[in-house]
Write a protein that binds this ligand. Structure first.
Ligand SMILES: *Cc1c(COP(=O)(O)O)cnc(C)c1O
Length: 429
């Protein structure tokens, strides 16, 4: 069904088809465990010989319906929900990269992921090289080593709103025999499906547009099923050689195209935990049913606000990839033809002092460490999320020190513009 239907229909219906007399909406199966009738039935589940639910840390029907919906939206073969976007990116990497392994990642990624890779994975013995995603292909190639296991980036970066050249990244990854893992949180699969451009694994912080209402922290990993692990068997022994914790089962042999996502579920989730609660999965499933309507409105309103800011004499610069004349306009038109997302970056003339007066004057737009939901909100990374970094380090991470990240919600764009206009005039007095 998934391939024939339009994405709007998949948002509403994919992943759950009730049988006669069953609930129309995805039911919340708020249960830690599940009953079996014989000891043998239960034993077969632990050998991965039968599929079935036994403990919600590993799998739960509510989560599975919602994961299947997201897999259909991205065009993948399988997906796994996690307790947060951080957990999704952590599992996506350590599923194929162990101590002694190496990761190449774009340097302009979300601050939390930058810390995860650069600090916490390093402590686990995984080396990471950050590169400039807009560098020449040869320069990025030079960062790869024999022990490199994956290439990581964000389709549209947070907070810089930079659009990745996905085809270039896929080519570099595949030339080096590794998968491309992309965090697709900002555009969502409604506006960009990275598998269609060669990415192999996609992650999301579902906390953002997928939930969309600021109610539930969550994440997801989606597997395209396209990467040929067996062709690089020496590099990925965790997938291509027997797993002693499952009586010597080999994921690629037993599960084929599903090897990566089955390993993530049956091994990583079993051992590290971090499952999404069924209640939160329900909220996520509900959010997905309007994702196509919301993301479209977010992007349309953001373009209107970007145009307003672009024409305002007190604004020093605006970056929004859908804005004609923007440095990434052409790339955005290629990868995000129906619009990018609701997030834009800009700065006022006069530096941080003016920025701060402006933010303090806002009434409708709120100051929040959040982004990408129905409320319009603003953040100044240099004063907030990234305040431990020097201006130089900020620039290295692709964040201008005067950059303000504005996330356009679902309010009327004219009301948002009026609040911005009044606050700018109070700040530049
Ligand atoms: C928010 C975010 C994350 C982290 O997700 P959490 O759900 O907050 O753990 C990862 N990547 C991107 C692009 C994000 O915006």
């Amino acid at each position: 069904m998934a391939n024939k239907l339009h994405i709007d229909t998949l948002c509403v219906q994919a992943g759950y088809q009730p049988a006669k007399g069953e609930s129309r909406q995805i039911p919340i199966i708020q249960s830690t465990t599940f009953r079996y009738e014989t000891s043998d039935q239960m034993g077969r589940l632990f050998d991965l010989e039968d599929s079935g639910y036994f403990y919600t840390r590993l799998q739960n029907p509510t989560n599975d319906h919602v994961a299947a919906r997201i897999a259909a939206l991205e065009g993948g073969v399988g997906a796994m929900l996690t307790s947060s976007g951080q957990a999704a990116n952590f599992f996506a990497c350590v599923n194929i990269c162990e101590a002694g392994g190496h990761i190449v990642a774009a340097g302009n990624i979300y601050g939390g992921t930058f810390n995860l890779l650069g600090t916490s994975l390093r402590k686990l013995g995984i080396e990471v090289t950050f590169i400039d995603q807009n560098a020449q292909e040869e320069e990025i190639q030079a960062a790869f080593r024999p022990e490199t296991k994956l290439l990581f980036g964000e389709t549209v970066s947070n907070p810089g709103v930079e659009v990745l050249d996905i085809e270039k990244f896929a080519r570099i990854a595949h030339d080096n025999g590794v998968p491309l893992i992309l965090d697709n949180t900002f555009p969502t699969p409604v506006h960009c499906r990275p598998f269609e451009w060669g990415a192999d694994i996609v992650t999301h912080s579902t906390t953002k547009y997928m939930d969309g209402h600021g109610v539930a922290v969550g994440g997801v990993i989606v597997d395209s099923g396209n990467f040929d692990w067996e062709a690089h068997a020496d590099k990925y022994p965790g997938l291509t050689t027997p797993d002693p914790s499952y009586h010597g089962l080999t994921y690629t042999k037993k599960f084929g195209k599903l090897a990566y996502i089955v390993k993530a579920t049956s091994q990583l989730m079993r051992d590290y935990g971090s499952i999404q609660s069924p209640q939160n999965a329900f909220y996520l499933g509900l959010g997905l049913q309007t994702l196509h309507l919301r993301i479209d409105r977010h992007a349309k309103s953001a373009l209107k606000v970007a145009e307003f800011l672009n024409n305002h004499p007190a604004v020093s610069w605006v970056h929004y990839p859908d804005l004609p004349g923007d440095k990434e306009y052409e790339r955005a038109k290629k990868y995000l033809p129906n619009g990018s997302c609701g997030v834009l970056a800009f700065a006022l003339k006069g530096g941080r002092e003016v920025d701060n007066r402006f933010m303090d004057a806002l009434k409708l737009v709120t100051i929040e460490t959040h982004v990408a939901d129905c409320y319009t909100c603003i953040l100044h990374p240099a004063s907030h999320t990234h305040r431990q970094l020097t201006d130089e380090q900020l620039r290295e991470a692709g964040i201008a020190p005067d950059l303000m990240r504005l996330s356009i919600g679902l309010e009327d764009p004219d009301d948002i513009i009026r609040d911005l206009e009044r606050s700018i005039s109070e700040a530049v007095r």
